[in-house]
Design a protein around this ligand. Structure first.
Ligand code: GLU
Length: 500
């Protein structure tokens, strides 16, 4: 169906109250895809009317995260646009005007009930096991009396006057019609006593004024969706298409991620915060691919998608409203796939900052030669430090014990290294063509398996038991350093003998 959609206007409307996590990333992504697919607009709106929960750094992190993911917006607080301002804190008066309009039409009312009174009402309702709702005390004040009290400076909020009888049906694109009795809907506060509008009013007003055609948002808003329907209809506005996206569950699939669990995750080298994923060596391409599939699928087997693919293939009809567990094993898998999909020079550029950060001195030419032999081995970009750090080190730290060949003693290992050294010394360059056969013959001569000899050489030259192919490593490291490292390894082994 969505293939035929006319250009949409969609918005991502986060509240800057904390860090930007995967859930926000996915909501932004789906909105972005719909906009790009239909040639419409993707709007960033900052919903910062809740002054108490406002976190100053949050907005920057949010924008950085979206930029990193490649989800650029057409209208927003930083880039402007024809329907601004795009920060709700700059639209206070607009919401108040609309709230007053509802009051004029008897669809909203001033409420002067104090916090203490409301608390008492609530306690009583709890005692009587009644639904916890505003009891309507101020609902029937005369308009004049209410106005007088407002003019006298009495603290007040503005509440929506939800009809007492009947029912409302709202439509969710994925779930169909949702009908609720009006009696179960509270007279929600639209404007607080400090004059700031709450989400329910502010978002509906903005969606209308910003000509939003599709609202793709978190399903946490499903419970107040009927109220939103009432507000839109009270103004007789056209309703956007509402799509409530599936909930993210923690990896175990049991419940939503808590703060404590997300901290634990960071200790395990993962994170639900997008900014952290960048530092952990994940590619934005992999994040996009992974989150796209948490709540959407193209068919039952395709799993590799670039952002470009998704723009073409995304469809509202293939969204799945069922909760999706966050699966980091999958994420690693996608990261590996996307790393292998990068061009060698692109991968080199992305790996370099991690090598530098690990204190290595990186030579670009050498790095480019290394990429082809490590590309298959990386799960995250920072794995390059482990896998290929030895290429850039002056000195290797080696535990001498590890230099002792399998089923050999230190002396035999020294002999083997010495003979290998002599074989390599006259070669102009060391690679599998020039050296492999000779070293295999050496192993035979010494009554060793090739693996035993290569094992010692590998540790001597790379400092690790597992490495990219030995001869390619030697080729890149270069004869001089290879010989130096063999020499050094012999010294380590001699120390070991001496200690014994
Ligand atoms: N500002 C809301 C939030 O951060 C989102 C609103 C929406 O998408 O409609 O949860």
């Amino acid at each position: 169906m969505s293939e035929k959609l006319a250009p949409v206007r969609v918005r991502f409307a986060p509240s800057p109250t904390g860090r930007t996590h995967l859930g926000s990333g996915r909501t932004a992504l789906y909105n972005y895809l719909l906009a790009r697919q239909t040639g419409g607009q993707f709007i960033l709106r900052i919903e910062d009317t809740d002054q108490r929960r406002y976190v100053p750094e949050a907005e920057q992190e949010l924008m950085d995260s979206l930029h990193w993911l490649g989800l650029n917006w057409d209208e927003g607080p930083d880039v402007g646009g024809p329907y601004g301002p795009y920060r709700q804190s700059e639209r206070k008066g607009i919401y108040l005007d609309y709230a007053h309009q509802l009051i004029e039409q008897d669809k909203a009312y001033y409420c002067f009930c104090t916090a203490e009174r409301l608390k008492a009402v609530r306690a009583e309702q709890m005692r009587l096991k009644q639904p916890l709702q505003y009891d309507g005390t101020c609902r029937n004040l005369s308009h004049q009396e209410a106005l007088d009290r407002v003019r006298n400076g009495e603290p007040h909020v503005i509440r929506f006057k939800t009809p007492h009888s009947g029912a409302i049906t709202v439509h969710d694109y994925l779930r169909g019609d949702i009908t609720v009795e009006n009696s179960s809907i509270d007279d929600y506060i639209l404007v607080k006593s400090d004059g700031w509008a709450l989400y329910h009013l502010a978002a509906m007003v903005d969606d209308h004024l910003m000509k939003i055609t599709h609202v793709l948002r978190s399903s946490e808003w499903l419970s107040t969706f009927p109220l939103h329907g009432h507000i839109i209809r009270a103004f007789e506005w056209e309703e956007p298409v509402f799509v409530h996206l599936s909930v993210f569950l923690k990896p175990s699939g049991k419940g939503k991620m808590s703060k404590r669990e997300s901290n634990q995750l960071i200790q395990d080298g993962y994170s639900i915060f997008i900014k952290d994923l960048e530092n952990l060596g994940y590619l934005p391409e992999a994040v996009i691919n992974w989150i796209a599939l948490m709540g959407w699928s193209y068919d039952d087997h395709t799993e590799f998608f670039t952002l470009e693919d998704l723009v073409k293939k995304f469809s509202l009809d293939h969204l799945n409203p069922a909760p999706a567990a966050i699966n980091f094993t999958k994420f690693d898998h996608f990261n590996g796939l996307h790393i292998r999909h990068l061009s060698q020079s692109d991968l080199a550029q992305r790996v370099k900052p991690f090598l530098l950060q690990a204190g290595l001195k990186v030579d670009d030419g050498k790095l480019l030669r290394i990429i082809p032999i490590i590309q298959e081995r990386l799960v995250t970009l920072d794995d390059a430090v482990q896998v290929a750090g030895f290429f850039f080190k002056e000195e290797l730290e080696i535990d001498p014990e590890e230099l002792v060949g399998k089923n050999m003693n230190a002396d035999e290992s020294i002999q083997a290294l010495e003979k290998a050294y002599q074989i390599l010394l006259p070669l102009e360059t060391i690679n599998s063509e020039t050296a492999e056969e000779k070293l295999r013959s050496l192993a035979e001569e010494l009554n060793l398996k090739a693996g035993q000899l290569f094992g010692i050489l590998r540790i001597a030259i790379t400092g690790q038991a597992v490495s990219p192919p030995l001869f390619e490593c030697m080729d890149i490291i270069g004869k001089e350093t290879v010989l130096k490292r063999i020499e050094q390894a012999k010294n380590y082994l001699r120390d070991l003998e001496f200690d014994e």
